[in-house]
Design a protein. Sequence first.
Length: 260
Amino acid sequence: MQFAQILAEHSPESGRIPEGWKQGRATYGGLTAAMLYNSLEQILPDPRPVVWVSISLIGPSDPGEVTLVPHILRQGKNVIQGECHMYQQGEAVAALQASFGARRASEVRVTPAPAPQFPEPEQCRTFPDIEGVTPEFLQHFDVALARGGLPYSGAERAELAGWMRFRDPVGPLDPTAMLGMLDCWPPTVLPMMRTPAPVSTLTWTVQFLEGRSEQRGDDWWQYQADTEASDHGYAQTGARVWDRAGQLMALSQQTIAVFG
């Protein structure tokens, strides 16, 4: 089932995870985040642009029905705060908090650094499809590697950069679709590892910038991620996403549990 169809068929209170979206023993985190966000967005009393989203992946979920519980925590003059929890068979599997803020004038403006220069996607390496190693969900995305090593290649640096896009038709990349795509890259620690071992995202925070791009989700988007620290089985990573015009669209941070 395609990403857009999954989101179109679920209500604020319930949804269904289809087959074909597994990431190890759990559902792909980007799909989980998108379902949580979409549920909360549907109950906003006053739609405003999203500023910040934080996701906790509490436990593995499987294909099948899920219960969604969205809730508005506070509606202020400028900012709405909300949350959404996902349950499967009575167990909590994921939670999301988000802030939606009205735009306002400010004398403070900081221009982001320009996007890095990468080879065109067609000139970059793609991740090989290896049975039992390549995650199932990756069939829905194209990922082109411009910098960094392949997973389990024993690279010296924990970094990954290149291009990404949905394989399936997707309209302009709204925040729901951005969450759905942003997690399609492997964790940046995997290139440093020499043998396959489990890794799992614990928390994931995404900050959305003011700019809006008309670029579609099935167009190429530029991505760069680095490991900021890793020790004692936990890694902290940061990533950025730009459109083809070099406009910075989102900042992402993850805390990852490493079992190897």
